[in-house]
Design a protein around this ligand. Structure first.
Ligand code: AMP
Length: 542
């Protein structure tokens, strides 16, 4: 027997329709590349998204065709999110921080038909336009006054002209919720990047899951500022969550430095933010140096790489901003787990709670997870043994775009490539990326723990722990440290700092100081580059 309820496909356009009808006056505020602060509402934004959908159709964008963006977080990018997916085409958010050759490779692979880009990226697009095989139209996301007098870009169009040329009499088409809505490429630290093709259904279900109280805990009372770029896994779904909940949105544009962010947080009454640890480092350093506070910010979601407990402590104890440590990946839309508290945790001491928050947390409904050993056997929960982490759920990849990389699943589970522990309560803690694990005498040393300890030292700005070759143990930990400006910390002090915090055999064999640790296009430490840099490094022998 079937249920007798209405059937409405879960379409991304329904999120915008909801925001327009039920939160029409809610604001969307953007710091523009043009330099000013732009204000609009969901009502106006929805009308412009309809105009834009008509404009894209007029350019010849058909069902399932890819429209690419090279853009910061801003209202025009949000319009594209909804117009392109809503009309039945596929939004492809390109990462402008990638090398131009990679941008070309990815755009060609995706067969992008239209490329919309912010003024900042005009030089990049000018440099690559002639090499892009499939792009028919280039759209500068600005008004006519910002269009260059002459350009090598063929068919350069003006976004505002395209929008202005249409009225907003448009009804979002209704179609199968399993149809593709957006496309993101994995970072591809090994091999070519692979495309993850989200569907309307996966995106809407993920937004429901993400908004839950034990996940990102968003509501119409929130003012959300995603620092995480809209080209990094759909800004962790915040553009969808905001429309679903009716929250006010604030976009930082290109202003990701501590000063610009702090000003916007304060001026717009931001309550929730989200980003990778490296961004927060800049913000915290600025706030600390200038003796500032956060007067409205309640919590921040930190993920993308492990959040050092020292950063969690600084946010919470010094500034009263609660940290939600989250884990996920491009293949997971991206959210898998969030470290929120259960009742019993409220009675814990602050130190115990901090230790808990170093974990990436509990699975959101919709995501199931397990850890396995090298033979594929499931390992017990309890926090004793770590293994490779596998996940499954309706917003997790089934296959990569164009079947690249073959069939990734193992009996229906996606192997994340992360190594993790799961405690008796189901709180997961990433100990490493499988390829970053340090194998000392056949035993695994988790590099994240070692980095977290180093980053708690007041003289350390950033620390990466990598495997260095050892004649007896095969691999041993080498700690690579970037000091805070003016800090005088020494190798001996750092090694002494580990005392009592870890098992003796985990102690790094050596410490090297560097001016900078290489970061990837999404702000993560590139340990593969460090391993390359320190290949053949001779560790001191005891
Ligand atoms: P990406 O698909 O580029 O977002 O990268 C996903 C990977 O980032 C995951 O598989 C993890 O290795 C890492 N990652 C994401 N969030 C965290 C976190 N909170 N702690 C540790 N690693 C993380």
């Amino acid at each position: 027997m079937f249920g007798l309820m209405q059937h409405h496909p879960l379409l991304i356009s329904s999120l915008l329709v909801h925001a327009e009808r039920h939160h029409g006056q809610q604001e969307v505020v953007s710091r523009r590349i043009e330099g000013d602060i732009h204000r609009t509402t969901y009502r106006q934004l929805a009308a412009r998204a309809r105009q834009l959908a008509k404009a894209m159709a007029a350019l010849g964008v058909g069902d399932g065709e890819r429209v690419a963006t090279l853009a910061w977080n801003g209202y025009r990018h949000l319009e594209l999110y909804y117009a392109v997916s809503g009309m039945g085409a596929v939004l492809h958010t390109l990462n402008p921080r990638l090398h131009p050759d990679q941008v070309v490779w990815i755009a060609d692979h995706a067969e992008d038909q239209v490329l919309c880009f912010d003024l900042t990226f005009l030089p990049l697009v000018e440099a690559v336009a002639a090499r892009l095989k499939t792009v028919k139209h280039f759209v500068l996301m600005a008004d006519r006054s910002h269009l260059p007098a002459s350009s090598q870009i063929p068919n350069l169009r003006c976004y505002e002209d395209l929008v202005d040329a249409q009225d907003d009499a448009y009804t979002w088409p209704v179609f199968d919720e399993e149809r593709a809505s957006s496309l993101c490429y994995t970072s591809g630290t090994t091999g070519n990047p692979k495309g993850v093709l989200y569907s309307h259904r996966s995106t809407v279900l993920h937004a429901f899951g993400a908004a839950l109280p034990d996940a990102l805990n968003c509501s119409s009372r929130d003012v959300i500022l995603p620092v995480v770029p809209m080209f990094h896994v759909n800004a962790w779904s915040l553009p969808y969550v905001a429309c679903m909940t009716g929250a006010k949105m604030v976009f930082p544009g290109a202003g990701l430095d501590g000063k610009s962010l702090h000003e916007l947080f304060e001026a717009e009454g931001v309550t929730v933010s989200a980003g990778v640890p490296t961004v927060w480092q800049g913000l915290l350093a600025y706030v600390e140096a200038n003796g500032l506070r956060f007067s409205t910010m309640k919590r921040t979601i930190i993920g993308g790489s492990a959040c050092p407990p020292a950063m969690i402590r600084a946010f919470q104890a010094t500034y009263g901003v609660h940290v939600l440590h989250a884990w996920g990946m491009t293949e997971m839309s991206p959210l898998g787990t969030v470290c929120s508290f259960r009742n019993k945790h409220l009675a814990m001491t602050e130190a115990e709670r901090l230790a808990l928050q170093a974990k990436q947390g509990q699975a959101i409904y919709g995501v199931d997870m397990k850890i396995i050993d090298g033979n594929g056997a499931e390992l017990p929960w309890g926090g004793e043994v770590s293994g490779e982490l596998l996940v499954k759920g309706p917003w997790i990849v089934d296959q990569y775009f164009k079947g690249e990389g073959g069939q990734p699943l193992i009996a229906g589970w996606f192997p994340t490539g992360d190594v993790a522990l799961i405690d008796a309560d189901g709180y997961m803690q990433i100990t490493d990326r499988a390829k970053d694990v340090i194998k000392s005498g056949g035993e695994w040393i988790g590099s994240i723990d070692l980095e977290n300890i180093a980053m708690a030292h007041p003289g350390v700005a950033m620390a990466a722990c990598i495997a260095a070759h050892h004649p007896k143990w095969d691999e041993r930990p080498l700690l690579v440290v970037m000091k805070k400006p003016g800090a005088t910390v020494t190798r001996e002090e750092l090694l002494a700092f580990y005392e009592g915090k870890i098992a003796k055999w985990w102690l790094p064999d050596d410490v090297v100081f560097v001016d900078a640790i290489p970061l990837g296009a999404t702000g993560k430490m590139q340990k593969n580059k460090l391993r390359e840099q320190f290949k053949g490094y001779t560790l001191p022998t005891a």
